[in-house]
Design a protein around this ligand. Sequence first.
Ligand SMILES: Cc1ncc(COP(=O)(O)O)c(C=O)c1O
Length: 429
Amino acid sequence: MIRSDGSADTMNLNSSRSLYERAKRLMPGGVSSPVRAIRPYPFYVKRAEGPYLWDEDGNRFIDYCLAYGPMILGHRNPEVMRRVTEQLERGWLYGTPTALEVELAERIISHYPSMDMIRFVSTGSEATMAALRIARGFTGKDKIVKIEGGFHGAHDSVLVKAGSGATTIGVPDSKGVPADTAKNTILVPYNDLQAMEVALREGDVAAVIMEPVLGNIGPVLPVDGYLEGVRKVTEEHDVLLIFDEVITGFRLALGGAQSYYGVRADITTLGKIIGGGFPIGAVGGRREIMENVAPQGGIYQAGTFNGSPVSMAAGLATLDILERGVLDRINEMGSYLRKGLSDIVEDLKLGYSVSGIASMFKVFFGPLPRNYSEALRCDKEGYLRFFWRMLEAGIFLTPSQYETDFISASHDREIIDKTLEAFKLYLKA
Ligand SMILES: Cc1ncc(COP(=O)(O)O)c(C=O)c1O
């Protein structure tokens, strides 16, 4: 256990601790992104391989954070490394189009029938920012509907009741977002069709933006018929439906949540997995919508690193592997892990619950939530204590009750069984 003075019972974290002391003076909260600010201090990673991370003090951890999603094949996958290295040999940034982006666009579109055209960007945040501008530009309307606890990156329109690190550190409504912007974001609870319908009835709504499976407070899954219902009411009110599949894309299925649940979006955002661990984002949709993006149309989007050849090469290598039946195997392993966790949680009778789908999972320290406000009722401090116990046992779960844990292709049965033993021991404790 980490004590309040920052010392640990069994782990040597001296190097991490002193790096954090330096970092605190140099970077807000000592980190480059808020969710990494594990209390009382984070561990600093030096290298990774397969399912493992090693920190600066030589501790080894089984990684269930997987960089918050992109590393679905585990770390240093040899095929991804080979394709990236080959690309590096040829140069890594040209400022011109490349064959790689044409190939990756064709590949993605072949799995997402809702997309005729796509724009590559560098992050998921840029993808959702572009998606909203495209929706507004296409419909001529300003308002958007967002789900409470949904996280779509760190830009103004969506930093309203945002999940992920924003909720973990207690700033779901960021300061600095102009009131004039926030007023155009209408919030509705997840899994509540009636609230959605009321919001859409008010009019002037360009789009609903949502994670089909709420990944940034959980995962929290859609109740039966919810996504179909959202599709129906958005159509009835002539409102575009944006599925933010930055987490679920190429994870729930190759065709993402929209293929898994059989619900077609108007605009889709992707990121994480499609860059194989290198920076990426993408926004795509029907031709009549996407034709309005510059330079073909008047909705502006641009970026120096858009379609970065290294990200394209890593993404193509990753999709090649996932398409070879690997995604199915990862998802089977996810079911195995969740079944083991459910049995443990049921035996212990602590009132905890297990959520998840495909390669996503979470133990909630409370009843299974259906939306943001129910997720907030879970015992987040208890979760943090549990997190540290697991870390000392060599298992790195995401450091927040509100972040999804992931498994990768490199997590085999032996590793998962070892993890289940630790869950059993430390949940009890
Ligand atoms: C659903 C979703 N959308 C968008 C983003 C933002 O992506 P990025 O961090 O690449 O900007 C995230 C990040 O976790 C996400 O989970």
